[in-house]
Design a protein around this ligand. Structure first.
Ligand code: HEM
Length: 349
């Protein structure tokens, strides 16, 4: 053993055997099929977002006077800045899509059922954080659409009864979009939300390790004994292959469809069409259909139902004959979300 290894071994008493123990977690056989490994995809993309976000933060200046110019500098002048911005932007889109797909897989396979209810709730917090980090990031560029999107978002928050006006002031750092707004969005986007997500992910992964992943049985396999395999190296290599595939996809998207810039924000001229990012289309269409407090409250209610869904589902299964109601409710929910998103994407207003 080299002197350095001996020195380190004394200070960090973790042997090869301990590391093997830590990574030897048996995972259920169905995870051999790569399309069941969707949990690792947002985890990988989160790391990409942190790495590219740190590099972008070297240039970004969170003030109304400098924000737009600093993003323009990254896009047009800094070495490979356009590529980094493209990766960060496409990484955000893919991460949100991956979180939604992972949540759908957990939902439709009943992975949230006892004893994993708490982990579903941690997952819901991760979903809300992922969407909020997307919203705050979009607002940082200080383009017309990001400025007016943030203004509309703050006004929507203000229509929540009782705490609404307070939420708006907290978000904007004043009554209106002003000098305090961008620094606040930047702190949320680059510090508060990533730190919160890291804490939530630690709890999420710890609970997965404690419970293990739900063992799924496919039709015809019910009588066969479970055949778990080791996390390392088999599952690790599957995740690595997915990560490599995603890296190629991200690089291709950032090159073929690079991140562009719209016109600079003008607080005195409202654009004819204000659209949020695609992942808020569903909420935006809902707000147009049932404007005001009713829309905001109903969205809050839907989120609450999603949050406590494991307990509602358990009650349905215990007290009614509709044991598989969750499948039909899930299909109806997914079709409604897709329908409202496509509707909002298809129309100008
Ligand atoms: C940044 C976001 C997230 C990351 C990185 C993540 C990561 C993971 C990973 C690696 C697994 C192991 C199994 C698999 O690969 O599918 C998992 C399982 C799980 N996740 Fe997530 N997750 C995230 C968001 C969510 C969300 C939004 C929900 C639901 C609201 C959720 C609920 C669960 C549950 C209940 C399990 C256990 C499923 C089972 O045992 O079958 N997660 N997650």
């Amino acid at each position: 053993m080299s002197t350095l290894a001996r020195w380190l071994g004394e200070r960090v008493p973790l042997g090869r055997f301990d590391i093997k123990e830590l990574t030897n977690e048996p995972v259920p056989e169905h995870l051999k099929r790569w399309w069941w490994c969707l949990g690792g995809t947002p985890a990988y993309l989160f790391i990409v977002q942190i790495a590219t976000g740190i590099l972008l933060a070297f240039y970004y200046e969170p003030s109304a006077a400098r924000a737009y110019e600093s993003v323009r500098f990254v896009t047009e002048e800094a070495a490979y800045g356009w590529f980094l911005r493209g990766i960060h932007k496409w990484g955000a889109t893919l991460m949100i899509a991956a979180v939604i797909l992972h949540q759908m897989r957990v939902y439709f396979t009943g992975g949230y059922r006892r004893p994993r209810e708490l982990n579903w709730m941690v997952g819901m917090c991760l979903l809300v954080c992922t969407l909020t980090i997307g919203f705050t990031g979009y607002s940082l560029v200080y383009e017309q659409l990001s400025y007016w999107g943030a203004t509309v978002g703050a006004n929507i928050a203000a229509s929540v009864p009782v705490v609404g006006p307070w939420m708006k002031t907290l978000l904007l750092g004043g009554e209106e979009y002003g000098a305090q707004t961008l620094p606040r969005f930047f702190m949320l986007h680059a510090a508060v939300l990533p730190a919160l997500m890291i804490c939530l992910l630690v709890v999420h992964i710890a609970l997965i390790r404690l419970h293990g992943v739900t063992d799924l049985r496919f039709r015809g396999d019910e009588s066969k004994p479970p055949k778990p395999f080791l996390f390392y190296p088999d599952h690790f290599y599957t995740e690595l292959m997915i990560g490599l595939g995603l890296t190629v996809l991200l690089a291709a998207l950032a090159t073929i469809l690079p991140a562009t810039m719209g016109p600079k924000a003008d607080p005195l001229s409202t654009p004819e069409v204000i659209k949020p990012e695609w992942f808020f289309y569903v909420a935006f269409r809902w707000l147009k259909l049932f404007s005001g407090t009713a829309a905001v409250l109903s969205i809050g209610f839907v989120l609450f139902v999603m949050f406590v869904w494991p307990f509602i589902d358990a009650a349905i299964r215990k007290y009614t004959r509709f044991a598989e109601a969750s499948v039909w409710i899930g299909i109806a929910g997914a079709l409604s979300i897709i329908g409202l998103t496509v509707w909002e994407a298809a129309v100008a207003h």
